[in-house]
Write a protein that binds this ligand. Structure first.
Ligand code: PAP
Length: 350
């Protein structure tokens, strides 16, 4: 009998060596889960993916050509992606876009419109598509994002030392990610609903059971986190592992760490002028939430305001019972046993 950790390692090596046949026929043979709205999920290499995105995952894996100057922001959904996109964008592009400029792109565009998801870029292939890297036209340094597990990243990203690109991962307590995802999904369903066909009620228990079984987009969440954490241990110069909770505690320190990792540390002059603090302020929940584009703009599947809710630690306790929390904590603890990683630990201690 294999323990949870050994099962994860087997799945990981399956995904690494697994074939990327994502034709309709191949997809239809993968394990199916239909209880996670809005899309059916399929399991591949130990993780669950939204079925409609699988061909794009395969295309991104095969065709994206990483540059050493690229920075890829990676996360399990609802772990602080929007915030990280804003912070990384404001930091990396501060020469062209001064942080205090009233015309800063983050004042006009949602962070998701400033930093594109890799898998979404490859999902919108046109009939004239020539089969190459659809992001090749973007100037360097490219800042991109992904929700893909480490095992499913494009091969050029995880390539051997000296090639590939930098990755910044943001991790969040699974209970808070779950609650955030549940409330976001309800907003997404309401956005897609039409007056004479309102969304069905979606109690948290339905999502909780599936989440505990790893059945959610890019789940199991704890395996997603573990894959990047292990990569950050193997190659700390290539993978920066951040924790949402620590970033909330020390946002300016986190921005400095991010800047240094991306190769654009703040100069003495910038430090004296308080630029890191300005980045934090520009990207804070209050500032972003109150921008016109984030109050009234939309993505094609949800209103922008849905990305900015509370942004705190521990909101799970307002939606989950202590028994639910204890059950999920135990599942996660068992799955991570022997890995050296723990949620709630500090970056240094885990
Ligand atoms: P995504 O995966 O759909 O991109 P993501 O941005 O990862 O979503 O997660 C959204 C969470 O980040 C929300 O958490 P909550 O539901 O628990 O409140 C959202 O409020 C939070 N968030 C968004 N922007 C910020 C910010 N500027 N600072 C802190 N947290 C933020």
């Amino acid at each position: 009998m294999y323990n949870a950790r050994e099962r994860y390692q087997m799945q990981e090596s399956m995904a690494a060596s697994g074939d990327d046949d994502m034709t309709e026929l191949a997809i239809s043979s993968l394990p199916l889960e239909t209880r996670c709205p809005p899309y059916p999920l399929r399991q591949h290499g130990g993780f669950w993916f939204s079925e409609p995105f699988l061909p794009a995952v395969a295309a991104a894996r095969a065709r994206f050509e990483a540059r050493t100057s690229d920075v890829l922001l990676a996360s399990f959904p609802k772990s602080g992606t929007t915030w990280l996109k804003a912070l990384a964008f404001a930091t990396l592009h501060r020469t062209d876009n001064p942080t205090l400029s009233l015309d800063h792109p983050l004042r006009r565009r949602n962070p998701h419109d400033c930093v594109e998801f890799l898998e979404e870029a490859f999902a919108s292939l046109s009939p004239e598509d020539s089969g190459g890297d659809v992001l090749a036209g973007l100037p360097s340094p490219r800042l991109l994002a992904t929700h893909l597990p480490y095992t499913h990243l494009p091969k050029s990203v995880t390539a051997a030392e000296g090639t590939g690109c930098k990755i910044v991962y943001i991790c969040r307590d699974p209970k808070d990610a779950l609650v955030s995802k549940w409330l976001f999904t309800k907003k997404k369903l309401a956005f897609a609903a039409v007056d004479d066909n309102p969304p069905k009620p979606y109690p948290i228990d339905e999502m909780f059971e599936l989440f505990c079984d790893g059945r959610c987009t890019c789940g199991p969440q704890w395996h997603h986190v573990l894959g990047y954490w292990e990569a950050s241990r193997r190659q700390p110069e290539k993978v920066l592992f951040l924790r949402y909770e620590e970033m909330l505690r020390d946002p300016a320190g986190s921005v400095r760490k991010l800047a240094e990792f991306m190769g654009c540390a703040f100069s003495g002059e910038e430090e004296a002028a308080g630029v890191a603090e300005d980045v934090v302020e520009l990207c804070s929940m209050d500032t972003l939430k109150n921008m016109e584009v984030n109050k009234n703009g939309t993505q094609n599947y949800v209103k922008n305001e849905a990305f900015f809710r509370k942004g705190v630690v521990g909101d799970w306790s307002n939606h989950m019972t202590p028994a639910m929390a204890a059950r999920l904590d135990k599942i996660v603890e068992d799955a991570l046993q022997g890995s050296g990683f723990a949620f709630g630990a500090t970056a240094e201690s885990a």
